[in-house]
Write a protein that binds this ligand. Structure first.
Ligand SMILES: C[S@@+](CC[C@H](N)C(=O)[O-])C[C@H]1O[C@@H](n2cnc3c(N)ncnc32)[C@H](O)[C@@H]1O
Length: 258
């Protein structure tokens, strides 16, 4: 039985971390934390922030989406689903450092957090046409040095955070030996989401989880639907706070067949 005061401290630490990486504490104004969206401070049409660089969040995720990561990590640990955790499309690294903090807070041994990104933004689609992402002027660029510094500032940068730099087409094929309990795909465009599924989905363990961040974006959604249809994947999708999540119900290594 865990010490109740330790549980309360862990809850408080993780809650404070969520408020900090979203910069709710500074940007929240009148909004409750549940309702707060940092992107309300972002001008989508102009493709730029309305706030100065120092007050920008280090994750675009909202509370409910961070809660989903926490639930997913705990479930994978409880069920002993083998493998590490990964985010493909990390921007400034807030979700990665949150996953690393979860390992610490829940004393989860052995697993690592993989962080895959170009550190050069979202490349233009070559396979998809009419993906609105191609009209974005802000490609969500953050350098690897910046991400490392962001994670280090929270005291969470160590060998259990594994960087996978490069555009997915080049970087992900080399991951063939890894196994994952949780992959979180947050790369916005049709091509990027399709490529990440192509290389990473076969590495997800049976019972592992796939979280798709950009379920509201048409290109991303289409990429997921096309991939699932191509491989006959029918594992039910649940929607949670504008994210999609499903549990992979077939054996590690082989994509599902219809
Ligand atoms: C919206 S941001 C991710 C937000 C982040 N998960 C967070 O917590 O705020 C999208 C990221 O995907 C990355 N990305 C998109 N397409 C990529 C590709 N084909 N290869 C590598 N990185 C890519 C971009 O560099 C960017 O950092």
């Amino acid at each position: 039985m865990p010490d109740p005061s330790a549980v309360a401290l862990r809850t408080a630490y993780l809650d404070l971390l969520k408020r900090s990486i979203t910069n709710y504490a500074y940007l929240g104004g009148e909004a409750t934390f549940e309702d707060f969206r940092c992107v309300d401070h972002y001008d989508v049409d102009a493709g730029q922030w309305r706030i100065d660089p120092l007050s920008r969040p280090i994750t675009l995720l909202r509370k409910g989406q961070l809660d989903l990561i926490e639930e997913a990590v705990l479930l994978m640990d409880e069920l002993n689903v083998p493998g590490d955790f990964l985010e493909a499309g990390i921007w400034r690294g807030g979700a990665v450092l949150f996953m690393r903090a979860l390992l610490e807070a829940y004393e989860i041994g052995g697993r690592r957090v993989f962080a895959a990104d170009s550190f050069a933004g979202i490349p233009a689609n070559t396979r998809a046409t009419n993906d609105p992402v191609d009209r974005w002027s802000d490609r969500w660029v953050a350098s690897e040095a910046e991400v490392r510094a962001n994670i280090a500032r929270f005291g969470l940068l160590d060998e259990r955070v594994v960087f996978v730099p490069g555009f997915f087409e080049q970087s992900l094929p080399a991951m063939g030996q890894q196994r994952f309990a949780l992959i979180r795909l947050d790369s916005d465009s049709y091509d990027s989401v399709e490529t990440s599924l192509e290389y990473l989905y076969p590495l997800v363990s049976k019972g592992g989880l796939v979280i798709i961040d950009d379920w509201h974006l048409p290109g991303c959604r289409q990429a997921v639907e096309d991939y699932r249809a191509r491989h006959g994947i029918t594992d039910p999708i649940q929607e949670h706070d504008a994210n999609a999540i499903w549990s992979k119900m077939h054996e590690y290594g082989a994509p599902a067949r219809g």
